[in-house]
Design a binder for this molecule. Structure first.
Ligand SMILES: [Zn+2]
Length: 259
């Protein structure tokens, strides 16, 4: 009797799709939102927060299409403010396997263009990387600044120890590689590091990607085109999936498991 009940229950669950194989979980973080509008493109006449959300939703679709067993969550699905700390908390609570924060860049001269992928570090790669982190963190960073809080050094030491930093670099390299293939006309600015608050305290590999400059006269309007957003999202999805596959093969080959 009990066996029959269990069988009936499992059949019901599989019909409802509940008993599906549970693959890795990716948390996508569309930068900014609500009163925090992000950068603004004068020629594109659009705020960063709207473009990051559009690309994030396309990325969710691309991930599910390219690898249907993946679970995907967004830190926001509409135009409202979410603090950087609660984005990190959400990803940690969900037990994500990878975290990607999507942003668009801006430069003082509006002359820069291209894409770059960041990993967390207490020290920025250069002055430009520090300026980008200052803008995205909603606070000014002095030269040589670290992340906020007295325990910042301890958190950074901890992620280094647990291999999260190495895995984040691997994720960043794959994302950047795929963007380079998809965006041949735009220059790849490489994998860089800086003290980004939205990567601070993550317990899983995480990157922040600046997919292009919204204030550049030609790149800005281009980033609003649905076809370009789709190409970017598909490239990000390929990068994330390649990373997850390599992480999986490392852990099944006896490498250090993330958790
Ligand atoms: Zn941003």
């Amino acid at each position: 009797m009990l066996a029959r009940l269990a069988l009936a229950l499992s059949l019901l669950l599989s019909v409802c799709g509940v008993a599906r194989a549970r693959g890795p979980l990716v948390v996508i973080d569309p930068g900014h939102g609500g009163t925090n509008t992000g950068a603004w493109g004068p020629t594109a006449n659009r705020h960063e927060k709207r473009v990051t959300l559009a690309i994030a939703k396309r990325l969710q679709r691309a991930l599910r299409k390219q690898r249907p067993d993946l679970r995907v969550a967004l830190t926001r699905r509409d135009d409202h403010y979410v603090s950087l700390q609660s984005r990190v908390r959400r990803a940690n609570q969900l037990g994500a396997d990878a975290f990607i924060s999507i942003h668009l860049n801006a430069s003082p001269t509006r002359a820069q263009h291209g894409f770059e992928t960041f990993v967390l570090s207490s020290q920025a790669t250069n002055r430009e990387a520090l300026r980008t982190a200052s803008r995205e963190n909603e606070r000014q960073l002095a030269r040589g600044a670290s992340a906020p809080g007295a325990d910042a050094a301890a958190i950074l030491a901890d992620i280094a120890q647990r291999g999260v930093r190495r895995a984040s670099l691997s994720l960043a390299q794959r994302v950047q590689q795929q963007l380079s293939k998809a965006r041949r006309a735009a220059p790849g600015r490489g994998v860089r590091q800086a003290p980004f608050d939205v990567l601070m305290g993550l317990t899983m590999p995480g990157v922040l990607v600046e997919v292009g400059f919204i204030d550049h006269p030609s790149e800005g309007p281009e980033l609003l085109r649905p076809a370009v957003q789709r190409r970017i999202a598909e490239a990000l999805a390929r990068g994330i999936i390649a990373y997850l596959a390599s992480a999986q093969s490392h852990s099944s080959a006896g490498g250090v498991a993330r958790r």
